[in-house]
Design a binder for this molecule. Structure first.
Ligand code: SAH
Length: 258
C-alpha cells in the first residue's frame, strides 16, 4: 500500500468485526419497520452477509473505501453498493423519496455527524440500529442527570425512543479499537412536531450545552435573548439536568421575548 493510501485509511475509522454471532445479533436487532434499508460502511461485509439475502429488505449499502467496494463487488455480486461518503449522500432521493432504516457498525470518527444527519432527516428514518463507541452509545441512550448526557441525547430523544442493546468488547475487532463499543436502537416516536419553535429549540439546546458546567443563566447569554421570563429555579440549573420537555418550555418562554 502507498503511504498516502495508508494516510487516507486512517480517516476511515476501520475496525472490522470478526465475531459472526455479534454481526448476526446486530442484524436481528432490526424490527423491520420499513423494507428499505441502508447499511453505512459495510467494509468486508460481515454484517452485510446477514442482510443481503433477507427478502424483507430492499437493501443498499454505502462504502467510502474503494478497496472494500471492490471486495464487496467480488463477494456479493447482487449487492447494491454506492461508492461514496454517507455524509454527502442525498437521503431524500435514496429510496425514491421513501422512508428507510439505517444499520451499521459505524465509522466511529463520524458517529456524531451520522447522528446529526439522522436527526435532520428524522421524518425519513424510522429506525437506526448501530454500533458506536460505548461512550457515544451511552451519551445518546442516557437521560438527564448523567455526565455524558448532551446535545445529541436531547435532540434525538425528542423524536426517537433510544435503547441500549448490548456492549461489545474490543477484542472482537480487527484492528481492535482503543475503547469498548455498544449497539443501540433508535425507533421514531409519535412526535411529529415539538410544541415550540424547533429552530430556536435546537439553538437553545446547543447553546445550553456549549458551556455545560455553567448554569443556564450564564450558558444561554450568547443567545442574546432576555431571560426575564424564565423562572429562577430553571436558570439555576445546568443543561445536563434538563429534559426535552424542560427545553421546550424554555424555548417557548424565550420566544415570547423575540
Ligand atoms: N461494517 C464493517 C466495517 C466497519 S468499519 C464491519 O463491521 O466489519 C467502518 C466502515 O465504514 C469502513 O469500512 C470504512 O471504510 C467505512 N466508512 C468510513 N467513513 C465512511 C463514510 N463517510 N461513508 C461511508 N462509509 C464510510
Amino acid at each position: 500500500m502507498h503511504l498516502n493510501q495508508v494516510r487516507a485509511k486512517k480517516f476511515l475509522g476501520q475496525h472490522f468485526l470478526t465475531d459472526e454471532t455479534i454481526a448476526e445479533r446486530i442484524a436481528s436487532s432490526l424490527t423491520g419497520s420499513t423494507p428499505n434499508l441502508l447499511e453505512i460502511g459495510p467494509g468486508m461485509g460481515v454484517l452485510t452477509k446477514y442482510l443481503v439475502n433477507d427478502k424483507r429488505y430492499r437493501f443498499k449499502t454505502i462504502e467510502l473505501d474503494n478497496e472494500s467496494v471492490e471486495y464487496l463487488h467480488q463477494h456479493y455480486s447482487d449487492l447494491d453498493v454506492i461508492e461514496g461518503d454517507f455524509l454527502r449522500l442525498d437521503l431524500g432521493q435514496l429510496f425514491d423519496g421513501e422512508k428507510f432504516s439505517i444499520i451499521g457498525n459505524f465509522p466511529y470518527n463520524i458517529s456524531s455527524q451520522i447522528l446529526f444527519r439522522v436527526f435532520e432527516h428524522r421524518d425519513m428514518v424510522p429506525e437506526v440500529v448501530g454500533m458506536f463507541q460505548k461512550e457515544v452509545a451511552e451519551r445518546i441512550a442516557e437521560g438527564p442527570g448523567s455526565k455524558t448526557y448532551g446535545i445529541l441525547s436531547v435532540l434525538l430523544s425528542a423524536f426517537y425512543d433510544i435503547e441500549y442493546l448490548f456492549t461489545v468488547h474490543e477484542h472482537v475487532f480487527n484492528p481492535p479499537p482503543k475503547v469498548k463499543s455498544a449497539v443501540i436502537r433508535l425507533t421514531r416516536n409519535g412526535v411529529q412536531r415539538l410544541d415550540c419553535d424547533e429552530k430556536l429549540f435546537v439553538q437553545v439546546v446547543k447553546t445550553g450545552f456549549n458551556q455545560r458546567r455553567k448554569t443556564l443563566r450564564n450558558a444561554l447569554k450568547p443567545l442574546n435573548i432576555a431571560l426575564d421570563n424564565v423562572p429562577e429555579e430553571i436558570l439555576a440549573k445546568r443543561a445536563e439536568q434538563l429534559s426535552v420537555q424542560d427545553f421546550v418550555l424554555i424555548t417557548n418562554l424565550l420566544a415570547q421575548q423575540l
